[in-house]
Design a protein around this ligand. Structure first.
Ligand code: SF4
Length: 273
């Protein structure tokens, strides 16, 4: 059995995910979320047991309740839901909404809006839907292919890395006369990554609790793997006794979509080894 189990200083649900889940749990049986609420199988199953399923398009009867996820949906989807007279529970994270507002304001002021983010990510698709014209840049290398503009306004997908944003902004300065960059990155992701790395430096093995489909969970694993032996489990059932042989100090962290209950179960099970 490991002598000591350490938890990262910050881990698990971020404010936006917790808020979205709380709002969803207050809804009646039969309500639906537009897409899975979060990337965590346990939470999705739990919601299904309470009679809250997810759907992929809003083909549903009038007066039904549809819940919008933390990273938002395209503006047109909200309009369609309104037209269909659906009851909309908007759990879009306020920090994501803030990006919509800032990007629209930049466009109004005549800036060519550039969004630093992952083109296919639902949050980026959502941000773009609020703009007449926008450009997405994922990596700094893409900047050289851009034409020049008079005024460029930059925002970021909330979960972008600060380093990527900084480098892209630096290169964009050469592409315009005036640049206004608003760093809209949410600190939750960075805080979790920093805390995980700090812990990884003082233990003999890191355990990341979270769903394989969760991008931020995978990132935590990648980062910690660069420092120390790192394993990832969905829940306590995935733990293997052999991992802990000759290991005295174990560090634990969890992705932003992992419920505290799963982390506690992992800690309790390790204590029985
Ligand atoms: S990561 Fe940040 S922006 Fe995204 S849902 Fe969580 S708190 Fe909101």
């Amino acid at each position: 059995m490991p002598k000591k189990i350490y938890l990262a200083e910050v881990y698990g649900f971020c404010f936006g995910v917790r808020r979205a889940l709380d709002m969803t749990l207050k809804q009646n049986k039969g309500s639906v979320t537009l897409g899975p609420l979060i990337h965590n199988r346990y939470v999705i199953d739990e919601l299904m047991r309470k009679g809250i399923c997810y759907i992929n398009s809003i083909n549903m009867p009038k007066n039904g309740t549809v819940i919008i996820r933390a990273h938002g949906v395209p503006k047109q989807v909200v309009e369609e839901a309104k037209q269909k007279k659906l009851n909309i529970v908007d759990a879009t994270c306020p920090l994501v909404k803030k990006v919509h507002i800032i990007a629209q304001q930049l466009e109004k002021e005549g800036f060519q809006v550039i969004v630093v983010g992952d083109k296919k990510h639902a949050e980026v698709v959502g941000i773009r839907s609020y703009l007449k014209d926008s450009i997405i840049i994922e990596k700094p290398e893409q900047v050289s292919k851009l034409k020049s503009f008079n005024k460029i306004g930059v925002v970021a997908q909330t979960t972008q890395s600060g380093q990527n944003f900084k480098e892209i902004v630096k290169r964009l300065r050469k592409k315009c006369k005036k640049l206004k960059a608003v760093n809209t990155i949410c600190s939750s992701t960075e805080q979790r990554q920093k805390a995980a790395l700090k812990l990884a430096k003082k233990v003999e093995m890191m355990l990341i609790v979270g769903d394989v489909n969760s991008a931020n969970t995978r990132r935590l694993k990648e980062l910690c793997s660069e420092i120390i032996d790192t394993k990832q489990v969905d829940n306590s059932k995935g733990l293997k006794v052999a991992w802990f042989k000759d290991k005295n100090k174990i560090g634990i962290t969890a992705g932003a979509s992992t419920p505290e209950k799963l982390v506690k179960e992992v800690v309790n099970r390790i204590s029985t080894f």
